[in-house]
Design a protein around this ligand. Sequence first.
Ligand code: XMP
Length: 534
Amino acid sequence: EVVVLDFGGQYSQLIARRVRECGVFSELLPHHVGAAEVRRRKPKGVILSGGPASVYAPDAPPLDPELLNLGVPVLGICYGMQLLARELGGRVESAEVGEYGRSQLTVHEQGTLLRGQPDEQPAWMSHRDTVYSPPEGATALASSTSSPVAAFEDADRGLYGIQYHPEVVHTPYGQQTLMTFLRDVCHCAMDWSAANIAEEQIRLIREQVGDGKVICGLSGGVDSSVAALLVHQAVGDQLTCVYVDHGLMRKNETEQVERTFGEHFQVPLVVVDAKDRFLARLKGVTEPEAKRKAIGGEFIRIFEEEALKLAVGAGAEGVEGADVKTFGEVSAAGGDTGAKFLVQGTLYSDVIESGGGTGAATIKSHHNVGGLPEDMTFELVEPLRALFKDEVRAVGTEIGLPERMVWRQPFPGPGLGIRIVGGEVTEEKLDLLRECDAILQEEVRAAGLYRELWQSFCVLPDVRTVGVQGDERTYGYVVAIRAVTSDDAMTADWARLPYDLLDQIATRMVGEVRQINRVVLDITSKPPGTIEWE
Ligand code: XMP
């Protein structure tokens, strides 16, 4: 593996992705983890990312010099390069003019890093601090209009620096540069792929779970489905899948999930109808975090109840009896809780969004089902924790998940609960939202845009406006259309849906869904918005 240390650059995550695309596993770690943590992972190389600071700023994130003693090559990109240069006696200064965007690179000497590349090539830059002379012993390889040293290498010491961003598509030889670094400098095996991710995860799951029983919260989405399949391939009938119908699902979703699951999985599926419980729990709750916690908490209680039913000698009636101990009590007393493990389809982007790769598992899983309760005692099994969504899709395809499931748009664990905003979640609003959402999905699919969009859905604010329909005054709900494109949900752009399609969707919504008399379009990207409204 190769460790990418994140110094706060906009493209840090992209570096990790590009490395993986070369067939090398890579992990993004916050810069402050220190050399010991990096060494523990036995990497074949280290990449220092770019970052917004000037290396001379008093609070600039520093370089742990021990990183240079790990015995593996180090590649600094942008800020990372400047850190290296400064640490090793090169000259770094703030330039009069910053260099932002497309720039022209002139290669004076190819060295190892730029071997086989043209003398002149475009490269994407974003910096003001500039390296004026390379570290002692290093060779300057390239320059650009504003960067006297745009790349350097010291092959003997295994130190490499590039000022431009090889990870962005606007640097056409960037991927080749990364490839050369990984293959010819770090001597990585370049054999990381969806197939061996699956194999490796199956081995790790077996190790973690032993002969214990496992519960998987299945939502029908690609993440939990892939996670369930991996666990099933690892431990077979030790696994029970539980689908919770919290009443916050989309139109006909429960039936669809049951059908697809029955057709493609040989795993026992328990479907829990918990609509009333969730609605009761959500009564009067409007604050988004409180809502997420209420939903996440209820989820876990249901998983616990289902787990207890798997305990040896637990007749279903016995468990449901009023005086029976809770999962937490049984667990604390060291008793048989049925299943001790809970499978989650947690992704790498979730891990990163909640504060970096070294954070505790719980932070991330909070996000995943929308707020796990503090007193949860399940041990989590998260086989997708290191993967990006597109990699999960590749694994899904590899292990035989049907295409329709692999390409399902993401749907959040708290479901429509976080798409009814500003007011209480009620049955009536859920029905309205479900109908609007069904129209949107149908039209987006008919237009052939379903796969292109990361997500497309409706939001129902607690707002009513005046309209006129059939010569009558109406006072109805507004529904918002949200459609975004994205690679991994970390950033997203609002989708430019064709006007005719929008018109068709809006006309159908106000015509077919009583109480809807206005349709608006959300044109916010992420950032500054998030994809969901709550
Ligand atoms: P945001 O709204 O943070 O969402 O831009 C990023 C992606 O995550 C999904 N999402 C969730 N998925 N449980 C989930 O399983 C959740 O609590 C949750 N919240 C947001 C969201 O739909 C988008 O794809």
